[in-house]
Design a protein around this ligand. Structure first.
Ligand code: F6R
Ligand code: MG
Ligand code: MG
Length: 374
């Protein structure tokens, strides 16, 4: 048997409980039931972050495999049926297409997949976030694979010293570019510092070995209108020439600002939490991230280890709450509210459109004030 294993993480929001905050246990049970029937899976784990249902699966069929994608799609459909009966909020909201067409990419769900040769020991971490967007991984992936202040292995582990390759996607223009780090660090930052448009899709060792990959679907670009944010997932392999588990978790100790809070229109801190604490509340947030560790053994998922359950992340949560207080105090003003470019992908253009005829030339003296003076 090939020692190559594929780890596929496919997620969708197919109905929230209550509002956009969580996933009902009935949906998780149904998903477990559906995946348990699939003999081609080596193993699976069903979880959620906020209102997003995550299917974590291992198999030997490779990336973008039709059977695996069909299974995920059918599972989401079966769960949607329950969500509709319970009138859960936004039941089926991420299933944009009417029928499955071979690959869930571009049909609504988020996908992160990697195929690799299983090492002597294979530690991986699956991250999943709610109330944010794919570019939210740019900051942590940069810290993990390019910043020696975060990852000391870049300096002192001979197997990491040469650096990594970053594949960056332009989500608006549908183009990709690969940067070689550390040589092209400044070039990389020009782009990934703008996470609303550019997202790190994957990170590779210099010999092409996959190290990390994320979901980069943009629902709004796909649907052509606002249909919610694309709460993203990301897989990172760890240890033995790759960043240590602790180096991979380290960036989340400093909650960075991400887009996607309330109505997909606000910026807020990404708070690291356990699965149990992943349900957004305040102002539909603040945005949350979970990190689940697994040891993969002959395709089996040994785990999960719910990393952010740890008290070592208490201070990060406290800090996130403080930042959340400050950002909320700005109310409808930028930079809490996203800039106009980003708001183009929310429900606001509808309001702008209604007001467009109210605008007159600045030199026009026959405005409402002039009329009031008469
Ligand atoms: C943010 C999010 C929520 C909703 C908000 C309004 O990503 O999902 O904040 O945008 O609850 O939802 P609707 O428009 O469905 O009432
Ligand atoms: Mg939702
Ligand atoms: Mg969500």
């Amino acid at each position: 048997m090939s020692n190559k294993i594929t780890l596929s993480v496919i997620k969708a929001d197919i109905g929230g409980f209550v509002g956009h905050s969580s996933v009902r246990p009935e949906l998780m049970e149904k998903a477990n039931e559906c995946l348990a029937k699939a003999e081609f899976l080596e193993d699976f784990h069903v979880t959620h972050v906020g209102d997003d249902l995550n299917l974590i699966m291992t198999h030997r069929l490779g990336e973008e495999n039709q059977q695996v994608h069909q299974l995920a799609w059918n599972t989401f459909l079966a769960c949607t049926e329950i969500a509709k009966k319970m009138k859960l909020y936004g039941a089926g909201q991420d299933l944009l297409a009417d029928a499955f067409s071979g690959n869930v990419k571009g049909m609504g769900p988020g996908v992160a997949e990697m195929e690799f040769e299983e090492r002597k020991s294979e530690p991986v971490i699956v991250f999943a976030a709610d109330k944010t967007e794919p570019g939210a991984w740019n900051f942590p992936l940069y810290k993990i694979f390019a910043d020696p202040f975060n990852t000391i292995g870049l300096v002192i582990d001979p197997k990491m010293h040469e650096g990594f390759l970053f594949e960056v996607h332009d989500l608006r223009e549908n183009k990709k570019v690969v940067f070689s780090l550390p040589e092209e660090l400044y070039d990389l930052l020009v782009f990934i510092g703008a996470p609303g448009r550019f997202a790190v899709k994957s990170v590779y060792k210099k010999d092409g070995t996959i190290a990390a990959t994320s979901s980069t679907q943009k629902l709004n670009f796909l649907a052509g209108k606002y249909v919610g944010k694309d709460d993203p997932v990301c897989i990172v392999r760890c240890q033995s020439g790759l960043p240590a588990v602790g180096e991979v978790l380290e960036p989340f100790a400093n909650p960075h600002l991400v887009s996607g809070w309330m109505r997909g229109s606000h910026s807020g801190p990404l708070m690291p939490v356990s699965v149990k604490h992943s349900n957004p509340t305040r102002f539909d947030g603040p945005p949350r991230v979970i990190g689940l560790g697994f040891q993969i053994a002959e395709g089996k998922l040994i785990g999960p280890q719910d990393f952010f359950e740890d008290v070592a992340y208490d201070k990060a949560r406290e800090k996130a709450n403080e930042i959340a207080n400050y950002m909320r105090s700005l109310g409808p003003f930028e930079p809490h509210r996203l800039n106009l470019d980003e708001m183009e992908y929310t429900t606001m253009p509808g309001v702008l459109n209604k007001l467009k005829d109210r605008f007159a030339d600045i030199d026009d003296s026959s405005d409402e004030v002039a009329a009031a003076k008469e």
